[in-house]
Design a protein around this ligand. Structure first.
Ligand SMILES: *Cc1c(COP(=O)(O)O)cnc(C)c1O
Length: 395
């Protein structure tokens, strides 16, 4: 079974793109959609576009499209800002829901910005909160009655390790904690069912597996039965009940609308809205099966042909997201050499070579070709050259 629809993406000739987990490629049609939005909406209608072209409704309209991919009911997801800010919004709301508890629990596999945002919020609150960071496999047992919020990224950005969403959420709730999931490496990568999980909050970005383009807006999900009790810390005017009443005091808007902050990025949302059309008709269970087939073949071939590398990801595919990582002492240089030969992955300190598998535009043949090129680089030490060993700003 293949889900591959390469013709729906602009992929440079000769490139094998194994980095869609970091920045998805440009879907066909997005360029025209953005150009026509600019010409026919912004250019022709100017400020009338907020009404006649529906720009003001876009954050929730696009949110519903994302919602379908993460098992969230219509009206429970809204777009805006960046993921770092959505983490802050979710966590600040969660802490207000448990004022008598002081611990934020996360794990050492979390992406640093999530932890930094938590630290910053805790400092600013000055209410004696504490960020407790445990090893990924110790999260469940570390949830106790002191924990106000459990804030976990479902798929580890380095290793691809997957946390069990339902089990951890149930554990958090059994202890009375609020659950926040970061879906940065889950949305568009694997089936997610927010509604079934019962978690209060989820956040994620759209420039990775959802192909919304660099700087595409983030999303936030709030469980519908609690959203009207959520008190937004980022109390922007577009999350107000009546933004255009221009009241002097803040009253949160109805439902998920209260998680909006300021003016939505209408051009970037137009790009994302068009980009999300590639998911029409894609069954996430089929996507998962195809993703596992790609990553299983990659691991088998790398282990057969590249003895220098050791697997950093879980071997069991059910415990892995849609990426595979290997340790290699000279991983940075080897990745640079690989990129120079048209195979794009990335490197994460200290020694991780990371490869993303995105079935919509990759097939098994791409995987084999990529491994052959990698094997040659390692066998002939082609990475051992000054142009590959000097670090650039973005790795
Ligand atoms: C990619 C990623 C981010 C990035 O946050 P931005 O605010 O969009 O830069 C945050 N958290 C996780 C877990 C990520 O994987």
């Amino acid at each position: 079974m293949s889900l591959t629809v390469k013709e729906k993406f602009v992929l440079p000739e000769g490139m094998i793109y194994l980095d869609g987990n970091s920045l998805g490629p440009l879907p066909v049609g997005v360029e025209d959609a953005v150009a026509s939005m600019m010409r026919e909406q912004w250019g022709a209608h100017l400020i009338k576009g907020w009404n006649v072209d529906g720009w003001m409704a876009q954050p929730s309209r696009v949110g519903d499209r994302v919602g379908r991919l993460i098992g969230a009911a219509p009206g429970s997801v809204v777009m805006g800002d960046t993921l770092s800010l959505k983490v802050y919004q979710a966590l600040s709301a969660a802490l207000q829901m448990r004022p008598d508890r002081k611990v934020v629990l996360s794990d050492s596999g979390n992406f640093p910005t999530d932890l930094y945002m938590a630290e910053g919020l805790i400092r600013q609150l000055s209410q004696g909160h504490e960020l407790r960071i445990v090893a990924p496999d110790e999260v469940a047992e570390a949830i106790d009655e002191t924990v106000a919020a459990v804030m976990i990224t479902q798929v580890d950005y380095r290793t691809g390790r997957v946390h069990e969403m339902d089990a951890i959420t149930a554990r958090a709730h059994a202890s009375g904690a609020v659950m926040i999931w970061d879906l940065a490496h889950s949305a568009g990568a694997m089936p997610v069912n927010m509604a079934a999980s019962g978690a209060e909050f989820a956040v994620g970005c759209t420039y990775k597996y959802l192909n919304g383009g660099p700087g595409a807006p983030a999303f936030i999900y709030v469980r519908p039965d609690i959203v009207n009790d959520v008190n937004p810390a980022l109390a922007g005017w577009l999350g107000h009940e009546a933004p255009f009443a221009f009241d002097l005091d803040y009253r949160p808007g109805e439902g998920i609308e209260r998680m909006r902050v300021g003016t939505p990025p209408a051009i970037q949302l137009a790009a994302l809205e068009r980009a999300l059309e590639v998911w029409d008709g894609v069954d996430m269970q089929d996507l998962r099966a195809a993703s596992i087939a790609l990553s299983e073949q990659f691991i088998a071939e790398v282990e057969a042909k590249c003895p220098q590398l050791t697997l950093a990801s879980p071997r069991d595919a059910t415990h892995r997201g849609s990426q595979v990582s290997f340790h290699f002492e000279h991983g940075y240089a080897a990745m640079q050499a690989l990129i120079a030969r048209g195979v794009i992955g990335d490197f994460r300190a200290p020694d991780i070579m990371r490869f993303g598998f995105t079935p919509l535009y990759l097939d098994l043949n791409d995987v084999s070709q990529a491994v052959d090129i990698l094997a040659e680089i390692l066998r002939d030490r082609l990475w051992d050259a000054p142009e590959y060993t000097t670090r650039q700003r973005v790795t």
